[in-house]
Design a protein around this ligand. Sequence first.
Ligand SMILES: [Zn+2]
Length: 127
Amino acid sequence: TIGIQEIGEYLQLWHMIEHTTLSAEPDHLLWKWSSKGTYTVQSAYLATFHGSTACDAWKLTWKCWAPPRVRFFHWLAHLDRCWTADRLARRGLQHPACCPLCDQAPETLRHLLLACPFSRQVWYEIL
Ligand SMILES: [Zn+2]
């Protein structure tokens, strides 16, 4: 069935193409992500970043004064790749049921770094 939305889309399409003229020449494909209109792997790769914003967060990880092991941990934590209990559980590996520090909540990276009472006390002492 055709509803109001479909009729609206039809009219919108009609207005978009009403000044278009067709020619007898055969159609040809045009790749819009390169200036010549031809496909290249490089242009496809660059198109995947279209609309994205540059982020210099990597500098916080790799261009700071912290020791390499701290930088590496920060990188793993940023990617959520630390071997916490929830990650071990997802892989079907043996894992503790609760946080070994507080025994109050499941051990996730967020809990270990931010929510655990033990961690909060450490942050409080540092800050
Ligand atoms: Zn805890």
